[in-house]
Write a protein that binds this ligand. Structure first.
Ligand code: LLP
Length: 424
């Protein structure tokens, strides 16, 4: 059966006591009695503990840790992290709106993304964000023009694509030459040589993010070394770099992988930046959020065919798309564990009309019955954030557990929510 602690470090606050799954000090079945299923359940403590691990590991360098909002953008999550000193990494006007809702100051916000619109750029300039992470020359020209019109100076980092393979899933690889992200060294060199033509966008930083769920330090070191050589070259020609944004990408623990800890990561990369003067920025998303949440669901039917036993649950790929989209592995734990039950091999699937609508294939689980609650583990990052209404399914509720209390931090959607804004 699944271990409660599957890493040498404590990864989260979901555990069993007398056969019952707990989140921090609250019984998961008690929450489900109130909320029904499917429900995302988050541990406030796991979120803030993971942020603290990074803060501790990097304290000597005093970086700005900007939590990547895209991983989990619930206001309660953002508020918890901002309160503990996190800045925010945003990629849209909508994320900026959320950042402001939790009173994150502009000076702690960095803004990435390949397709920022004029409206989004204006909104970000208005709240005086710290940095735009710029991904192309046309975008840089546009930010400069808008800032000039608004008579404001803005800081810009160029996102460099260092052409490094992070050895992760293709869909979450961003720093290889064929990816749409960032600009190559050659182009970046040209931009810096001609930097005076930008009167209001001050190109004073470099940004690099090579991918997500990267389990060892080596690809990071390779990328950062290339970036530092480039910075040396710039500085020799009199160009000053004030900000170095090293992106996100740290892996989380989904099963038996053993990704580097925050301490190991810091030990590996901090020596590279010794004696350097720039302000370091990180944008971790998954590392903070993934282990902090589960998706609780309930068995509707157990269906047997000649080939398989299917456990059909009330969550679908619209609620949680990672297995369907990336073939991602997520542990599945019973909410109430009956040690005496026999184990069977199941496919755990949702009710959606797609064969890709599965959460696990050929997975050994204790015998399942209709009505049994299950927990899809490590669903705190890119879970609810990627949910949709496909098959006209209202999105699940989200619950935050803090110590021995819990609160619904997003209501389950209703059928009325589904048709809001529509006209027949
Ligand atoms: N910074 C930038 C510029 C990014 O593009 C991303 C993620 C992050 C930071 C945060 O990366 P993290 O620390 O979470 O690895 N939906 C996919 C992951 C997509 C990541 C997109 N960019 C998944 O579920 O695996």
């Amino acid at each position: 059966m699944p271990p409660t602690d599957f890493h040498e470090e404590k990864m989260h606050d979901f555990y069993y006591k007398q056969g019952e799954l707990y989140c921090d000090k609250v019984r998961v079945s008690k929450i489900l009695k109130k909320t029904g299923t499917p429900a995302y359940i988050y541990s406030h403590k796991t979120f803030t503990d993971h942020l603290a691990k990074l803060q501790r590991a990097f304290r000597s360098a005093k970086p700005l840790l900007c939590y990547s909002v895209k991983a989990n953008s619930n206001l309660a999550v953002l508020r918890a992290l901002v309160k503990k000193g996190a800045g925010l990494d945003i990629v849209s006007g909508g994320e900026l709106f959320r950042a402001r809702k939790v009173k994150c100051q502009g000076k702690n916000i960095v803004y990435a993304g390949v397709g920022k619109t004029d409206e989004e750029i204006r909104a970000a300039i208005k709240v005086r964000i710290l940095l735009f992470n710029v991904e192309s020359v046309p975008e840089l020209e546009q930010i400069d023009a808008i800032a000039r019109k608004m008579r404001k100076k803005v800081n810009v980092s160029l996102r460099i694509n260092p052409n490094v393979d992070p050895h992760t899933h293709d869909y979450i690889t961003t720093g290889k030459a064929e990816n749409k992200f960032g600009i190559d060294f050659e182009k970046a060199r040209e931009v810096f040589q001609d930097v005076k033509r930008f009167t209001h966008a001050q190109v004073s930083g470099i940004h690099v993010h090579i991918g997500s769920q990267i389990e060892t330090g080596d690809p990071f070191v390779e990328a950062f070394q290339k970036i530092l050589e480039f910075i040396d070259e710039l500085e020799e020609s009199g160009i000053k770099i004030k900000f170095l944004n090293l992106g996100g990408g740290l892996g989380a623990v989904y099963s038996d992988e053993n990704p580097q800890t925050a301490e190991e990561f810091a030990r590996k990369i901090l020596p590279l930046f010794k004696k350097r003067k720039f302000r370091l920025i990180f944008e971790p998303g998954r590392f903070i959020a993934a282990n902090s949440g589960i998706l609780a669901t309930r068995v509707i039917y157990v269906k047997e065919t000649d080939m398989k036993k299917f456990v059909i649950v009330d969550a679908g790929m619209n609620d949680f798309i990672r297995p369907a989209f990336y073939n991602a592995f997520h542990q599945i734990w019973p909410v109430v564990k009956n040690e005496k039950a026999q184990a069977w091999v199941y496919d755990v699937v949702g009710p959606i009309c797609e064969s890709g609508d599965f959460f696990a294939k050929n997975r050994e689980l204790l015998e399942m019955h209709s009505g049994d609650p299950l927990a899809i583990m490590t669903a705190g990052a890119y879970g609810f954030a990627m949910a949709s209404n496909y098959n006209s399914r209202p999105r699940a509720c989200e619950v935050m557990v803090k110590g021995s209390t819990f609160k619904v931090v997003r209501k389950r959607e209703t059928y009325q929510d589904l048709i809001r804004g529509e006209r027949a």
